[in-house]
Design a protein around this ligand. Structure first.
Ligand code: PLP
Length: 423
């Protein structure tokens, strides 16, 4: 567009935006959590155990103390989807984030198997952070004083040339955050080659860990039930059996606040974590694990349940993608991901425009995840990434929210392009 055309276009967009604001919307696209409809799919959890039903397969009274490693029948259901043999999988509390926090605490205070020193006694500890990524991973690093080194992420996973170069040279780099399937927020699926290289690359730190957050292992949005390569087997074959810490949970399978979280790894890592956990608790909530095992039944039951979840979620994602394509497609002012699973759509607007889009949307009553949230320290160096979370609001609110968002994207882009032209 010429400058005059752009001025005219901007004028039209300002009118459209004013009309949007006048509608007094109150919508929220920030929350990466299940909707009430999704939670309702697991309501049978409340009644699945009859009064008096409290004995696990091995004869333990689940109402009582003990059973720190979690119920075997539940671990067996999740062994295959999480890619961890049931004997090396722990079923614990209600949050995998808590287990990541727990793992870091003990690494910092005591070190992990293979550490020469507790991490707190090292001069410096750093983690690689593929970006855009999950803000809560970054918040954990910030809390524990772990430096964050960003690496870019492409369709196959993190930039492995960069990752290999960094970890080979710097012994302070003790870990990398990985969401290997349907990454938050990009929806990226790590290729087999990516997993193999991560599992086998030489690292300067002898106690380097893959923080393998398989939060979306069974959260497919298409007919394709994608899998990620077996990181534990690959690491073991490469001579690094202790490298992966695998995390997962039922948060987005059953009830997000009342689910079960899992930790899987080599035998020595599992024993290491159990050794620390046993000082903190006498055992997890086994009644919750028992009802989960009965409700989900087996891996087929889990798959059937996730098919029901998909029926609720797929229309919301389709709607977001359709609206973005209709309103912004081919315009050169935004790109976005088309995830085949997980919980998010990642939107990139013109450089320097994300914070403006989020502010415009907020003024129009559409809450978006703060710009920068998908980067360490909340700083997106290009100010371009916005995480969209369509799962929680009802379909009509997703429609209104995303349509309104596209007006903000267009307006911010036109403002920025005009400013560039007029200097
Ligand atoms: N990991 C990732 C990548 C997530 O996106 C989320 C939630 O959004 C979590 C972990 C939180 O998991 P949990 O509920 O098991 O703590």
């Amino acid at each position: 567009m010429t400058e005059a055309e752009l001025v005219q276009h901007l004028d039209g967009l300002r009118k459209e935006y004013a009309a949007l604001r006048a509608r007094g919307l109150s919508l929220n696209l920030t929350r990466g959590k299940p909707s009430a409809e999704q939670l309702g799919l697991a309501d049978e959890l409340a009644t699945v155990l009859a009064p008096g039903e409290h004995v696990s397969r091995d004869g333990a009274d689940c109402r009582n103390y003990g059973g720190l490693r979690g119920l075997a029948e539940l671990r067996e259901i999740f062994a295959e989807p999480l890619g961890v043999p049931a004997g090396q999988l722990l079923a614990l509390g209600n949050s995998s984030l808590e287990l990541m926090h727990e793992s870091l605490i003990h690494a910092v205070l005591f070190g992990v198997p293979g550490s020469k020193l507790p991490w707190r006694d090292e001069d410096r500890v750093a983690f690689l952070c593929p970006v855009p990524g999950y803000d809560r991973h970054f918040a954990l690093c910030e809390k524990f004083g772990i430096d964050m080194i960003t690496v870019s992420i492409s369709d196959d996973g993190p930039d492995l040339d960069e990752v290999e170069r960094l970890v080979a040279a710097d012994p302070a780099i003790k870990g990398i955050w990985c969401v290997p399937l349907y990454s938050n927020p990009t929806g990226v699926r790590y290729s087999d080659e990516t997993v193999r290289r991560l599992a086998s690359m030489p690292t300067a730190a002898p106690d380097f860990r893959l923080f393998w957050d398989n939060a979306y292992a069974v959260h497919h949005l298409t007919d394709q039930r994608h899998r990620v390569a077996d990181v534990l087997a690959l690491a073991e074959a490469a001579g690094h059996p202790d490298r992966p810490f695998v995390f997962g949970s039922t948060s987005k399978i059953t009830w997000a606040g009342s689910g079960v979280a899992f930790f899987g790894s080599s035998k020595s890592n599992v024993d290491w974590l159990v050794g620390h956990l046993e000082k903190r608790t006498i055992g997890p909530d086994k009644m919750n694990q028992l009802r989960h095992a009965k409700f989900l039944r087996d891996s087929i039951g889990l798959q059937d349940h996730m098919d029901l979840q998909r029926k609720v979620l797929q229309p919301k994602f389709d709607l977001v993608l359709r609206t973005l394509a209709e309103r912004l497609g081919g315009r050169g002012i935004a790109t976005w991901t088309s995830p085949e699973g997980g919980y998010f759509v990642s939107l990139d607007v013109l450089d320097g425009c994300a914070a403006r889009v989020v502010a415009l949307a907020a003024e129009a009553g559409i809450a978006l995840t703060p710009a920068g949230a998908t980067f360490p320290y909340g700083r997106d160096p290009h100010d371009r990434n916005i995480r969209l979370a369509p799962t929680f609001p009802p379909l009509d609110e997703v429609a209104e929210g995303v349509a309104g968002l596209t007006v903000c994207v267009e307006l911010a882009a036109a403002e920025s392009l005009l400013a560039a032209k007029t200097g």
